[in-house]
Ligand binder design. Structure first.
Ligand code: IPD
Ligand code: CA
Length: 260
């Protein structure tokens, strides 16, 4: 793919995500008609998830018909050029009126995370990154915090029912013992974005799906974060652990989380 073809994708999809953000924000403003259902234990779904994903799929099919698409709600198969969509990440927050949710779309070229676009419309935040070209938040460049001391570090640990809770508890205990302040905010995508802009120093989760991290990996990587090789093995189809941090904290956090 030529640099011009990549740039075209980045610019075009920024527009789509912006439009999708307005659509999601409309739903968010009507909490009574979100049609909340559960896909599983603590696995939330609203009508907005399906509507946003359908909108992005329809537009991508017109703009870039030869690209593949994988989405959290509609599935899909990988190819050399594939968009990975999370229509609403942080759906539990979204369904309960908490503003910490976003729309996330990443583009992988030959399995390499190459474009990442995330809109958090209820927070008025829009992240754009392209591998080798930098990253911006609302048009301004961002970078990781530069933290190098666990005793001052702010670490987000995401978790889900996909992994037994004892495993997370062990990581929490080791992190606390090392002096970290630990939190969970309910959006893995924004967890990576917050490492990128220095609001936190690390994000870890023992299993997460590709749509939760495809865009955030580009965003955090371009901001200078160290990130494990999430797309190794069957990462695209089955997910993997994620560890994203300032470079100086990476080795110690690998020990604490067991994620290499
Ligand atoms: C979830 C969120 C959560 C993370 C889970 C994800 P969803 O995605 O990103 O923070 O811990 O692993 O499944 O259900 O809000 O789209
Ligand atoms: Ca998600």
């Amino acid at each position: 793919m030529t640099p011009a073809e990549l740039a075209l994708r980045r610019y075009a999809v920024q527009g789509l995500v912006n439009e999708a953000g307005r659509m999601a924000l409309d739903y968010f403003g009507k909490q009574d008609s979100l049609g909340v259902t559960m896909k599983g234990a603590q696995d939330w779904l609203t009508v907005a998830d399906g509507a946003v994903e359908d909108f992005l799929r329809q537009r991508l099919a017109v703009l870039f018909p030869s690209d593949a698409v994988i989405g959290e709600e509609g599935g899909g198969q990988a190819s050399d050029a594939v968009w990975i969509i999370d229509p609403i990440d942080g759906t539990a927050n979204f369904a309960r009126g908490d503003r910490n949710w976003c729309i996330s779309i990443g583009f992988l070229l030959n399995r390499v995370p190459t474009i990442g676009i995330v809109a958090a419309p209820a927070l008025n935040e829009f992240y754009v990154a392209q591998r080798g070209e930098g990253v911006t938040l609302n048009g301004r460049p961002i970078s990781v915090s530069g933290a190098d001391d666990l005793k001052r570090a702010y670490v987000e640990l995401g978790w889900s029912t996909r992994v037994p809770f004892e495993h997370y508890l062990a990581v929490l205990q080791r992190g606390q013992a090392a002096g970290c302040s630990m939190k969970r905010s309910g959006s893995g995508t924004l967890g990576l974005c917050h490492v990128a802009n220095g609001r936190t120093d690390a994000y870890a989760e023992l299993h997460i799906n590709a749509w939760d991290v495809a865009a955030g990996i580009v965003i955090a990587g371009e901001a200078g974060a160290s990130i494990n090789d999430f797309f190794a093995g069957e990462g695209i189809s089955k997910g993997n652990p994620i560890l994203c941090s300032t470079p100086a904290l990476a080795a110690q956090l690998r020990e604490i989380t067991g994620i290499s």
